[in-house]
Write a protein that binds this ligand. Structure first.
Ligand code: CP3
Length: 344
């Protein structure tokens, strides 16, 4: 067997090779749609404690690998651990999502990047244990939120419909906003260097709220900070591939792909594959982009949509995934059906 054939499938695709069938994993693959997840979850005092307990985090990372045989495991943690490490109060309220004390513009000046590696050290421990215990063919993905998406939660005090406060702060206080992006990028680089040194083989950057931004705002909030993170990782000697997910970025995709230094782009279901194929750099691998609602629907609609996504990406190295995270209502049988459709 050649070396190329022995390479883990996700790493092979990220190095530019096509695989047929494509490797597959799902965003939010560890989560409430699994009984075994809910069982472990109920053992933790709160969600932050859960993320910072290597025993529990390792277990729930492995659950979807055992059940479905995905080609990649994504570290179990959350993008809001970084604001927590920066001293913000972060709470997860059952049924209501995350809540933070809204960050006022004046507070940004005093924000310091402290002991990220110490506070988030347990995540490093989770990554090292995973890297010793995963099946040999499974790729270990580390991740962080991108500065803009993380900042939206910090400024809004939680999730929001249109990120209006965060966008207004960026326009009204440009220096402070840019300083916030810089500080988040610095903390994120340190966090991701720790993950890579602990054994993460791929890094994914989640910019889940990259939609609806004007060009100058996209440049300041998405392009520049994402490039700062990729450059920071490379300067620290981290060579692993980086998957960038600027969800909803629409026509900004070609600039995101060319200007940030990411290795590959994850696409949401709203991106036309023919357009994306024409505008992305030659050979750049893509990940995506099944509509999570098709997975929820199941049945032949799921089979047809799965085949359409696979055939839409015959032209490039492709990792099969959803266009956004799996939802808690999805029956396990639908995920089994998806896996059968991909690997048949
Ligand atoms: O399996 C995996 O994907 C790994 C772990 C992971 C979680 N969150 C666990 C989690 C990852 C990669 C994330 C990323 C994340 N977190 C994002 C970016 C991806 C995306 O979906 O857009 C965002 C925006 C967050 C912030 C966040 N965390 C929200 C808005 C919520 C509440 C909404 C929800 O789904 O409940 C969380 C909580 C959270 N993070 C849960 C899980 C499994 C559910 C909480 C629980 O189990 O009680």
């Amino acid at each position: 067997m050649s070396d190329a054939k022995k390479m883990k499938s996700v790493l092979a695709v990220l190095s530019g090779e096509r695989r047929d069938p494509p490797p597959v994993w799902l965003m939010r693959q560890a989560g409430r749609y699994l009984d075994e997840y809910r069982q472990v979850r109920s053992r933790a005092r709160n969600f932050i404690d859960f993320c910072l307990s290597p025993d529990l985090a390792v277990e729930v990372t492995l659950q979807p690998i055992r059940r479905f045989g995905f080609d990649a495991a994504i570290l179990f943690a959350d993008i809001l651990l970084v604001p927590m490490a920066l001293g913000r109060d972060v709470r997860f309220v059952a049924g209501e999502g995350p809540q933070l004390d809204p960050l006022a513009p004046e507070e940004i000046d005093a924000m310091m990047v402290g002991d990220v590696e110490g506070i988030l050290g347990p995540v490093g421990e989770t990554v090292s244990r995973l890297s010793r215990n995963l099946p040999g063919e499974t790729t270990l993905i580390g991740f962080a939120g991108s500065p803009w998406t993380v900042a939206t939660y910090m400024i809004e005090g939680g999730g929001s419909k249109d990120r209006m406060k965060a966008r207004a702060l960026a326009w009204a206080h440009p220096e402070r906003f840019d300083a916030l992006m810089d500080r988040l990028a610095e903390a994120t680089v340190r966090y991701l260097v720790m993950q890579a040194q602990s054994g993460a083989e791929v890094i994914k950057l989640f910019d889940s709220w990259a939609e609806g931004m004007s060009v100058p705002l996209f440049e300041r909030a998405v392009l520049r900070p994402t490039k700062a993170i990729v450059d920071g990782l490379r300067a620290a000697g981290v060579t692993v591939p980086v998957i960038g997910f600027a969800r909803g970025c629409g026509s900004m995709l070609p600039r995101y792909a060319r200007e940030t230094g990411v290795t590959a782009v994850a696409l949401d279901q709203g991106v036309d594959p023919r357009w994306a194929d024409a505008v992305l750099p030659a050979g750049m691998p893509v990940q995506g982009q099944l509509d999570p609602a098709a997975l929820l629907a199941g049945g032949t609609a799921l089979d047809i949509e799965t085949r359409r996504v696979i055939s839409a990406w015959q032209s490039r190295p492709h990792i099969f995934n959803l266009g956004h995270g799996i939802t808690p209502e999805v029956p396990v049988a639908h995920v089994e059906r998806l896996m059968a459709a991909i690997r048949q």
